[in-house]
Design a protein around this ligand. Structure first.
Ligand SMILES: *[C@@H]1O[C@H](CO)[C@@H](O)[C@H](O)[C@H]1NC(C)=O
Ligand SMILES: *[C@@H]1O[C@H](CO)[C@@H](O)[C@H](O)[C@H]1NC(C)=O
Ligand SMILES: *[C@@H]1O[C@H](CO)[C@@H](O)[C@H](O)[C@H]1NC(C)=O
Ligand SMILES: *[C@@H]1O[C@H](CO)[C@@H](O)[C@H](O)[C@H]1NC(C)=O
Ligand SMILES: *[C@@H]1O[C@H](CO)[C@@H](O)[C@H](O)[C@H]1NC(C)=O
Ligand SMILES: *[C@@H]1O[C@H](CO)[C@@H](O)[C@H](O)[C@H]1NC(C)=O
Ligand SMILES: *[C@@H]1O[C@H](CO)[C@@H](O)[C@H](O)[C@H]1NC(C)=O
Length: 650
């Protein structure tokens, strides 16, 4: 190429790129953003297909009418409950779209969701909008199975600075969005070095509460974080959406001023100084080239690989043994966090500075255990819920099997109830811990696509995060023990105080085994006493039988931990919690409520309208320990078979 020719090429490049740049910034390029991020169809079909379609079609028409009705309408729900086939539907567009783009995105979603044919529930999530329908009301459902991060392939240059900027941006969005009317925010942040900018949006469904929105975004944040330092990442869930990118994907004038919602005063934010300042053809050319490249790989194509597998199980990250050794200072005693039921746990600092907990699994050397390890770990690493400890990855190359978990600075609940920090949890925090633990278990039992029975729920397996929210640890691991002896093994004997009688004695396993242990944990949280303390001080009673007797004689308040401030709770609240705990610890497994029923009971105001609980197991007229399983016919649902999953991954 000769010199004048090259000059012309440069000019063309600059002019075109600048044009795109300008279009993008002022939002002229119409784009309904219909690249599919996630689709799910329920595994259950409706019974009356034509009746259901009539209703579903009517709800879709109404959603469309609502989106069309004046500007600034980005969210709508509609339902048809006439006839036998109820239909509930919800649509939400990202607020930076124009009304026309929003409608276009909805149209695409409506046509895409029809390929779930007769399914009684389905969802379609695009960058620009999402659409969901169900045959039962779902508007307050926030977390869905398979909530996840969806990542672009390419890694950002200046990975460290990029990551820092994105994390700061997403945290700001996570804090601000729940406080903003309409639950939407779009923002951006300068990268400290290299002069780039990162862009992000966060959004919650408008039927969520402020707390639900925050909870959902917290989980979304950890999901999106997994994408870093890649250039573009999203986290999709039933109740919220979070996205970051190194490219502006919303117009400049759509940026939300989030600083008033960040709370911590004036966190002196550097204002965006883009363009204008930079002079000279050289600088312009660099910008033009950057824009050129980012545009040329912009939507769809780059995502296809990730989208297809979007809701399928992903394999866990494989860590190198030598990295984990150096992270934990060769598993030094100093780094030891504790001795869990399945092996010792060590604190580790990975090369990128992330702090993790590394568990050295002690599951025996049977070949079956090894064979099960990989499939089990793959399963567990796909469990994402705010009340369940996140498994980040594993390492099975060396002599031992190692699991890498997120690290919880506050350690476990038993320390706060009976240990060195006894008395530091107030009434509200204890209630949140009870509810969160119930939610985590409900997810494991009923919402994850395989029913996982924990089998070892106890206070030392409930970890607390920085906000004292509970996260259940060690789920899924019990399945690695040989089937015939897990309930007899010494690790379980150690926690007999928590084990349901039908399981401890006959090995009958069902989800209700966890319900029982949960009930015991609730009582421990309320009373501040260990169930395994065989005698309560001088009263010579077991915890459960003491609770039952005081419940019968109406002296509920006598049970409450005396480190709690009596002004913080009422008799009704205490009574409600004790009744729920007693329902959980009934001798008959069938009579114990499911964990999702417990969540509803815990959230309900006032007293429960449930039949009064029957006497718990282990309480006998002559107060001997006895497992009465004569009335218990543990449900035969195998822990390995999937059921109740709302959606099958697509
Ligand atoms: C944002 O800018 C575009 C292009 O100038 C304009 O059409 C649109 O009305 C603006 N939106 C708002 C909310 O000001
Ligand atoms: C649901 O209906 C679809 C199409 O009508 C059919 O292919 C599928 O097998 C049905 N699924 C069940 C679980 O009945
Ligand atoms: C299916 O629903 C339609 C409309 O609601 C109703 O007319 C019809 O009788 C229903 N069919 C059956 C088999 O229930
Ligand atoms: C619902 O709408 C779809 C798509 O527009 C159409 O194919 C179908 O016939 C409609 N069904 C009913 C029962 O109205
Ligand atoms: C459109 O908006 C008006 C007032 O804002 C409201 O009364 C009407 O019900 C809305 N129509 C639909 C279809 O939502
Ligand atoms: C629905 O469409 C998606 C994406 O086009 C495809 O992956 C999926 O297999 C389709 N499902 C059915 C039931 O046709
Ligand atoms: C993304 O990753 C996949 C699989 O690793 C690879 O085949 C594909 O070429 C990558 N795409 C881009 C745009 O880098």
């Amino acid at each position: 190429m000769n010199a004048p020719h090259r000059k012309i090429m440069h000019m063309v490049l600059i002019i075109t790129a600048t044009w795109y740049w300008w279009c993008l910034r002022v939002g002229v390029v119409a784009d309904p953003e219909i690249n599919l991020l996630n689709q799910g169809c329920s595994t259950y079909n409706v019974s009356n297909v034509s009746g259901f379609y009539t209703n579903l079609n009517a709800t879709f028409s109404e959603l469309r009418a609502q989106l069309n009705n004046g500007s600034n309408k980005y969210f709508a729900t509609a339902q048809q409950v006439s006839g036998s086939s109820r239909a509930y539907a919800m649509v939400q567009c990202r607020n930076y779209l124009s009304t026309a783009d929003c409608i276009a995105c909805f149209t695409a979603a409506e046509s895409q969701i029809r390929n779930c044919s007769a399914a009684n529930g389905a969802r379609v999530i695009y960058d620009g909008c999402f659409l969901r329908y169900e045959s039962a009301i779902f508007y307050d459902k926030i977390i869905m199975p398979g909530s996840e991060g969806i990542c672009e392939n390419q890694t950002a240059s200046q990975a460290t600075y990029f990551t820092t900027a994105v994390e700061a941006l997403l945290l700001d969005l996570q804090v601000a969005t729940p406080k903003i009317n309409g639950f939407f925010a779009a923002s951006r942040k300068e990268i400290a070095v290299g002069g780039g900018t990162v862009y992000g949006v966060a959004q919650c469904v408008e039927t969520a509460s402020e707390t639900d929105c925050l909870d959902c975004l917290k989980l979304a944040y950890t999901n999106a974080q997994i994408c870093l330092p890649r250039k573009d990442g999203r986290a999709v869930d039933a109740g919220c959406f979070l996205r970051y990118s190194d490219t502006a994907f919303f117009a400049d004038n759509q940026t939300t001023n989030i600083s008033p919602f960040l709370g911590n005063g004036n966190s002196s934010k550097k204002k965006a100084i883009i363009g204008g300042v930079v002079g000279g053809v050289g600088a312009l050319l660099i910008i033009a080239l950057l824009v050129w490249f980012s545009l040329s790989r912009r939507p769809k194509a780059a995502f296809r690989g990730d989208i297809l597998g979007a809701t399928e199980l992903r394999g866990p990250v494989n860590y190198k043994l030598k990295d984990l050794k150096s992270a934990t200072k060769n598993f030094s005693e100093k780094n030891k966090l504790g001795e869990g039921g399945f092996g010792d746990v060590y604190k580790g600092t990975l090369k990128n500075g992330k702090i993790v907990a590394v568990k050295k699994l002690d599951i025996g050397k049977s070949s079956r255990a090894k064979a099960d390890f990989e499939s089990e770990v793959k399963l567990i690493s796909n469990v994402h819920h705010r009340n369940l400890i996140r498994l980040l990855g594993c390492c099975s190359k060396g002599p031992e099997q190692l699991l890498v978990y997120e690290y919880m600075a506050n350690s476990s609940l038993d320390k706060f109830l009976f240990g060195e920090r006894r008395g530091s949890l107030n009434w509200k925090q204890r209630n949140e811990i009870i509810l969160g633990t119930a939610r985590g278990l409900a997810y494991l039992h009923e919402e994850f696509h395989v029913c996982i029975i924990h089998r070892d729920i106890k206070t030392s397996n409930i970890l607390l995060d920085d906000d004292f929210q509970p996260k259940i640890a060690d789920f899924g691991l019990a399945r690695l023990l040989p089937e015939d002896q897990s309930h007899l093994s010494t690790r379980f004997a150690g926690t007999l105080g928590y084990t349901a009688p039908e399981y401890a004695i006959h090995g009958q396993l069902s989800e209700k085994v966890d319900t029982y242990s949960f009930g015991v944990v609730v009582l421990e949280i309320l009373c501040g006493r260990k169930s395994s303390e065989l005698k309560i001080q001088d009263e010579g009673e077991y915890l459960l039988s003491r609770v039952w007797n005081l419940h019968e004689s109406g002296k509920h308040l006598d049970l409450v931990d005396d480190t709690l401030d009596p002004n913080d709770y009422t008799v009704e609240e205490v009574k409600k919690i004790i009744e729920i705990a007693l329902m959980c610890t009934q001798a008959s497994a069938i009579q114990r409520p499911s964990m999702s029923e417990i969540v509803v009971l815990l959230k309900s105001k006032g007293s429960t309208e449930h039949p009064p609980p029957a006497k718990p197991a282990y309480v006998d007229s002559d107060k001997k320990i006895r497992g009465d399983t004569s009335t218990s016919t543990a449900s035969s649902k195998s822990n390995a078979t999937a059921s109740f999953s709302q959606f099958s991954g697509r």
